[in-house]
Ligand binder design. Structure first.
Ligand code: SF4
Ligand code: SF4
Length: 383
C-alpha cells in the first residue's frame, strides 16, 4: 500500500486505496469485522462513512474498538437517519444529534474528517457557508471533535467556491475520465446522461481541471468517489465512452489528477478489496489509461497533458508528467507558488536537462508538444 498525506490535517497519512461504506451495509457484525480486519492487513486505513445507518455505525464501532488509532475515519455531517433511511438535512438540531449518535456508536471522541454532506447547488452552498452548519463545523474543529473539515460535492463550481473560503481541508469529489469532460451541473444525474455524450466531446472540462489544480496548490486533499462511475466505466455497454476501462486504469486515472490523495471504493467483499490492492502488483500496461482515452473516436483529449506517464522513459530521466503538472499549476496561478517550487526542486531531473530528442513525443498518445513544455518549464522555474 502507498500512502498520501492530508496536508491540512497534521500530516495524517491515508492509504491511496480507501473504502466507501456501501459494501459494509447489510453485513453481520462478524462479516463486518472480518472485512475491516482484512482491510487493515492490506494497509487500507481510510474509511468514508457517509451513511448514518445505526447498524453500520454500531458494527464499525465494535470492529475498531481496540484499534481506533489505526483508522482514519471520515464521517459525514448533515446526513441523518429517519424512518429507516438516510436523508441529507441542514437542520442544525438534527445535524448535531446525528453527529453525537455517530461518535457514541463508534465509541470515539473524534473523527479525523468531518465531511459536510453533499453540496451541489449554489443555493445550498450559500445556506451552508452563510449559516449555522459551517459555524458548527468550526466549533467541532476547535473542540478537537473533528481534525479536518471536509465537503462532498459533484459540482466543480460549488467545490471551488468552498475551497476558496479557506475553511475546507478535504474535498470528496466525483472523478473519472467521463465526468471530467462534462461542464459543471447542479444535478449530478446529468453527468451520466447519454444525451450529454452523443455528439462526442473534446478535452477535459476547464472548471474541473482548475478545481484539481486549486486543491493541489491549497493543499486541500481530494478523496475520490465514483472512480468507476458506479461500475459503468468498467462495462463497454454502460460506459458513456462505449469502451470499458479496467479497475486499475480507473484508479490510476484518479490518482494522477492533481490534488488527489485517495480513491474511495465501495468493496462488498474481501475478494473485491484484494483485487483492488493488487493494483500495486499490476504491470504498467494494465494501469495505463492513456491507450483507452487516446483510442476513442468521438472523445478527444489531444494537446493537453493527462499526466499518464505513457511518454516515459525520457532519455535523460525527466519525469515529464510531473514537470507538466507543476508547470500547469504555476501557469494557472500566474506565479510559482512556494509549494510547487519545492516539489519541482525535489525532482531528480529538471526541464532544463531536456536535449530535445523528441523520443517522448513519439510515445505521447495525446500529441503534447513536450519539448516546448520543457522549455517553458525551464523558463518558469529557472532551471
Ligand atoms: S506528455 Fe503525453 S504521455 Fe506524457 S504524461 Fe503527458 S499526456 Fe501522458
Ligand atoms: S525530448 Fe526532452 S523530455 Fe523528451 S525524452 Fe528527450 S530529453 Fe526527455
Amino acid at each position: 500500500m502507498k500512502y498520501r498525506v492530508l496536508k491540512r490535517c497534521n500530516g495524517l497519512k491515508v492509504s491511496e486505496i480507501a473504502l466507501g461504506c456501501e459494501g459494509f451495509i447489510g453485513k453481520t457484525a462478524e462479516e463486518f469485522r472480518a472485512m475491516l480486519d482484512r482491510a487493515l492487513e492490506l494497509g487500507i486505513n481510510f474509511i468514508d462513512m457517509y451513511t448514518p445507518n445505526p447498524e453500520f455505525r454500531d458494527h464499525l464501532g465494535a470492529a475498531i474498538a481496540k484499534r481506533r488509532e489505526e483508522v482514519v475515519l471520515q464521517g459525514h455531517i448533515c446526513a441523518v437517519w429517519e424512518n429507516g433511511q438516510y436523508l441529507r438535512t441542514r437542520d442544525l438540531e438534527k445535524v448535531k444529534a446525528s453527529f453525537e449518535d455517530q461518535m457514541q456508536r463508534l465509541g470515539t471522541d473524534y473523527l479525523d474528517v468531518g465531511m459536510i454532506h453533499y453540496v451541489d447547488s449554489m443555493s445550498d452552498f450559500e445556506e451552508v457557508f452563510g449559516g449555522k452548519v459551517i459555524e458548527y463545523c468550526k466549533e467541532l474543529k476547535a473542540a478537537g471533535k473533528i481534525l479536518a473539515v471536509g465537503l462532498s460535492s459533484h459540482n466543480p463550481e460549488v467545490a471551488r467556491k468552498a475551497v476558496e473560503t479557506g475553511l475546507i481541508d478535504v474535498l470528496m469529489f466525483s472523478v473519472n475520465a467521463a465526468y471530467d469532460m462534462q461542464p459543471p451541473s447542479e444535478d449530478c444525474n446529468d453527468l451520466w446522461e447519454p444525451e450529454k455524450y452523443k455528439d462526442g466531446l473534446e478535452g477535459m472540462n476547464p472548471e474541473r481541471k482548475a478545481l484539481y489544480e486549486l486543491c493541489e496548490r491549497e493543499n486541500v486533499a481530494i478523496d475520490v468517489m465514483k472512480a468507476f462511475g458506479g461500475g459503468d466505466m468498467l462495462n463497454a455497454e454502460l460506459s458513456p465512452f462505449g469502451v470499458a476501462f479496467n479497475e486499475y486504469q480507473c484508479m490510476e486515472y484518479c490518482l494522477t489528477r492533481p490534488g488527489t490523495v485517495a480513491v474511495m471504493a465501495g468493496c462488498h467483499s474481501i475478494d473485491e478489496m484484494e483485487k483492488l490492492v493488487s493494483y500495486y502488483e499490476a504491470a504498467a500496461e494494465e494501469k495505463d489509461y492513456s491507450t483507452v482515452l487516446a483510442g476513442m473516436e468521438k472523445f478527444k483529449f489531444q494537446g493537453n497533458c493527462m499526466y499518464c506517464g505513457h511518454c516515459a522513459p525520457c532519455s535523460v530521466g525527466i519525469n515529464v508528467a510531473d514537470v507538466n503538472k507543476y508547470l500547469n499549476l504555476a501557469l494557472a496561478q500566474g506565479e510559482v507558488p512556494e509549494t510547487v517550487a519545492d516539489h519541482y526542486r525535489l525532482l531528480e531531473h529538471h526541464a532544463s536537462e531536456c536535449i530535445a530528442c523528441r523520443k517522448c513525443e513519439s510515445n505521447c498518445p495525446f500529441a503534447v508538444g513536450i519539448v516546448e513544455k520543457m522549455k517553458k518549464a525551464a523558463e518558469v522555474f529557472g532551471y
